[in-house]
Design a protein around this ligand. Structure first.
Ligand code: PLP
Length: 388
């Protein structure tokens, strides 16, 4: 990137990152064993108030491990939102299960009312299983995604999961540092309500390990089994006995060193994200053709900022993206919806009208925690000067 360019979302290393990474290198503990890994897991569990955490190579790997642990496989259906990064759905594919796609609510998170309608009208209970009437497949799990750091209606979803015997795997890859603001789970961190929650430490997330992920759950046996699977399901270090097939998904000590240093700054980063979000909101109130979308009220991590046109207009959105990029300001549309992606077109999708509208309206704008006030004001000036 040029020196005057403003990236969308980049890492911010202003704490003990170098110190801990140097320690890992100097002691030569750089691979999948070493003290930082366990320490990072314990600190994450403590911070989230979860019983156990397992560090792995990516958020995608974390989602995959959860699906495998909960026994989701061929012949099973997993309910997913269409508006999410493709990783959520890819994890379902790795287990040869079948995704069914749902629309989003007013906050770009999964439309739980639509999930309820599907379960009530298109499924029947059979020996304690929920069966999709049309395909005869078992609906076994749902993956709600806390999109851009907002949060799903987990109270309603958990009630459905209980009623229909579904596993709930929270894709909290974008919402570390956020908590539910009201209702049954008020005050609980996102990612700690479902049967398991998955976080990501990819380079664009609120804290990063370069690449990495974490699974958390109050079910200690589940996390221990997931950790076992993530290390090739190796029973012992001498004879290499394996009772199951596993994966090479364990986080390395180098990554955990970075993660531990980043985790120490999480509250600071959340504070900066919120402050900058409000600053953007204020500076953009005078904008005639669009506005910054609100997050659910209460405490979210405000990870990604969504500037939305007043009306869905894909052409205008693309013109705005080109205009901003010409000024070296990186912006992007939300992900192309998953039910329209080539590998998933053959699967069922509900009416995804809300998601389609968001797709034609929303542009994500720079949100790194090391943005300067001067950069924020430059982004806003550019948006205000755009000839819509
Ligand atoms: C980042 C992300 C993931 C995957 O995380 P990786 O660590 O990149 O594998 C999954 N789902 C969503 C919604 C994400 O934003």
């Amino acid at each position: 990137m040029q020196h005057n360019s403003i990236p969308l979302s980049v890492p911010n290393f202003c704490g003990n990152e170098k110190k801990y990474v140097d320690n890992a290198v100097e002691t030569e503990w750089v691979s999948t064993a070493g003290a930082f890994i366990g320490q990072f897991e314990r600190e994450m569990a403590k911070k989230l108030g979860a019983a156990q955490a397992c560090a792995c190579q990516s958020g995608t790997a974390g989602l995959h491990l959860c699906l495998r642990h909960f026994g989701i496989g061929a012949g099973d259906i997993v309910l997913v939102p269409t508006l999410t990064f493709i990783a959520t759905v890819n994890a379902v594919m790795y287990q040869s299960a079948e995704p069914v796609f749902f629309d989003c609510d007013g906050h770009m998170c999964v439309n739980v009312d639509q999930v309820e309608t599907y379960l009530a009208c298109e499924c029947r209970m059979e020996d304690g299983r929920t069966v999709d009437v049309k395909s005869g497949k078992t609906v076994k799990a749902v993956i709600p995604v806390h999109v851009f750091g907002d949060h799903c209606d987990m109270a309603h979803l958990m009630q459905l999961a209980d009623q229909y015997h579904l596993f709930v795997i929270e894709d909290a890859t974008e919402s570390l540092g956020g908590t539910f603001s009201q209702g049954t789970y008020a005050g609980r961190p996102t990612g700690t309500v479902g049967h398991a929650g998955v976080f990501s430490f990819n380079g664009n997330k609120i804290i990063t390990t370069g690449g990495g992920g974490m699974i958390v759950s109050d079910d200690e046996a589940a996390v221990n089994h997931i950790r076992y699977l993530s290390q090739q399901a190796k029973n012992d270090a001498l004879y290499f006995v394996h009772e199951e097939y596993g994966y090479n998904y364990r986080m390395t000590n180098l990554q955990a060193a970075l993660g531990l240093a980043q985790l120490e700054q999480l509250e600071h980063f959340v504070g900066v994200k919120r402050r900058n979000y409000h600053l953007y909101s204020e500076l953009l109130t005078k904008c005639g053709y669009g506005k910054l979308l609100p997050f659910s009220c209460g405490t979210t991590n405000c990870w990604f900022y969504s500037f939305a046109l007043n009306r869905p207009d894909a052409e205008l959105r693309d013109k705005l993206i080109r205009y901003m990029n010409d000024q070296n300001i990186q912006v992007r549309p939300v992900w192309k919806l998953n039910h329209l992606q080539t590998p998933f077109q053959r699967f069922r999708a509900m009416d995804c009208g809300n998601a389609l509208k968001f797709y034609d309206r929303v542009v994500n704008i720079p949100c790194s925690t090391n943005l300067t006030l001067e950069q924020i004001s430059r982004v806003c000036q550019a948006l205000l000067a755009f000839n819509a």
